[in-house]
Design a protein around this ligand. Structure first.
Ligand SMILES: Nc1ncnc2c1ncn2[C@@H]1O[C@H](COP(=O)(O)OP(=O)(O)OP(=O)(O)O)[C@@H](O)[C@H]1O
Ligand SMILES: [Mg+2]
Length: 262
């Protein structure tokens, strides 16, 4: 039996709303699993709760109720040090690469931040363990199609696509078991978007990572993922394998999203 990389049980989180109109924000009793090596897509319109789910999945917030498990370990009640150790296996890439990088750090320093944070971890991404920090940075940049000339640049001296490559290199530097991507290509033009998607897909396969890929574009999800979850107003309304995407049994909302992507 394949192991579960991420499991979510009855997960809820809502925020105090300022107006009655905003009532119903957040996420409500979500349950799903992501198996090891599996790439799962999450699709839904803006404001439906995708990033709210991500913040609970990454243990950046405490859910109102329900449980999150990483690699079969329940996050609630874990000690800080235990959570910190587990965190090396669960990394993320966000939409806003510029915000995710420190303006004042040269690229090579940003890219090895996780390695610096976990000096005792021997990341299996490197074929050799005797590399200097700067050599590790160069190896990671090469992995995402950037070269030595980018090492000493600052984030504002890169294009948006290049910045996102840096964030991806950083996210995979510890060879994580789970990669959570929250609309990583939404701010990019279509050609660059395609290149970044191909890069993510290649890394996911090479490193055998489990991936949760979030997008509001069903076409992108279909290209990348084996399984799809459709979210609407904080609920998962449909879940299916990509090969069942065009079946009549699909939820009306799924059909709408498919039509919108064509
Ligand atoms: N910290 C917060 N305080 C109050 N309300 C919040 C907070 N974070 C999110 N919300 C509300 O929760 C709902 C879901 O927001 P969320 O960011 O999860 O949506 P999303 O699906 O990621 O949207 P997008 O596709 O635009 O990124 C929205 O109505 C939002 O206004
Ligand atoms: Mg979001």
């Amino acid at each position: 039996m394949m192991k579960e990389a991420v499991k979510v049980v009855n997960l809820s989180k809502s925020y105090p709303s300022k107006s009655a109109k905003e009532k119903g924000n957040g996420i409500h009793r979500l349950s799903f699993t992501i198996r090891q090596g599996e790439c799962v897509g999450l699709v839904g319109e803006s404001g439906c709760g995708k990033s709210t789910l991500v913040r609970q999945l990454l243990a950046l917030e405490t859910p109102d109720e329900g449980e999150v498990y990483w690699l079969s370990q329940r996050l609630a009640n874990l000690s800080r040090s235990r959570l910190r150790l587990l965190r090396q296996h669960v990394q993320a890439v966000f939409q806003d690469a510029a915000a995710a990088l420190n303006d004042r750090l040269p690229i090579w320093r940003s890219v090895i931040e996780p390695l610096d944070n976990y000096p005792d971890v021997k990341s299996t991404i490197f074929e050799r363990q005797d590399l200097e920090r700067r050599e590790r940075a160069q190896f990671l940049l090469a992995l995402v199609g950037l070269s030595g000339e980018h090492l000493d640049r600052y984030p504002h001296e890169l294009s948006g696509g290049q910045r996102q490559r840096v964030c991806i290199a950083r996210a995979v530097s510890l060879c994580p078991q789970v990669l959570i991507c929250d609309e990583p290509t939404s701010g990019l033009d279509p050609t660059i978007q395609r290149q970044i998607l191909e890069l993510l897909l290649r890394l996911q396969r090479e490193l055998k990572m489990s991936m949760l890929f979030i997008s509001h574009d069903m076409a992108v999800i279909a290209q990348l993922c084996q399984r799809v979850m459709v979210m609407k107003k904080g609920l998962i309304v449909d879940q299916f394998g990509v090969d069942q995407m065009n079946e009549e049994a699909r939820h009306e909302y799924t059909k709408l999203l498919i039509a919108a992507a064509q």
